[in-house]
Design a protein around this ligand. Structure first.
Ligand SMILES: [Zn+2]
Length: 85
């Protein structure tokens, strides 16, 4: 009986890891530079997201109160639906 093929995970992290591995193996400079550009953009975006979420959590974002009030209501609903063990 043939071994069942392991399915590749399709999440963004696994797809990115596979692409990085592919570029690493080929050693193609242009592809490597494209990867650097991509990762650089991702880093800038991640830092912007982090700043945004930090500002909300510390209450300095203009609509922090509305956002946190909604989040608190969601958190309470979530805890009601999935009680802790
Ligand atoms: Zn994955």
């Amino acid at each position: 009986m043939p071994k069942p093929k392991r399915r590749k995970c399709k999440c963004d992290h696994c797809k990115l890891s596979a692409e990085i591995e592919r570029v690493r193996k080929t050693g193609d400079f242009a592809d490597a530079m494209k990867m650097v550009d991509y990762l650089s953009n991702e880093l800038v975006q991640s830092q912007a997201d982090e700043n945004y979420h930090s500002a909300i959590m510390e209450g300095s974002w203009p609509s922090s109160v509305e956002i946190l009030t909604r989040a608190l209501a969601n958190a309470k609903n979530f805890q009601r639906e999935e009680p802790h063990s």
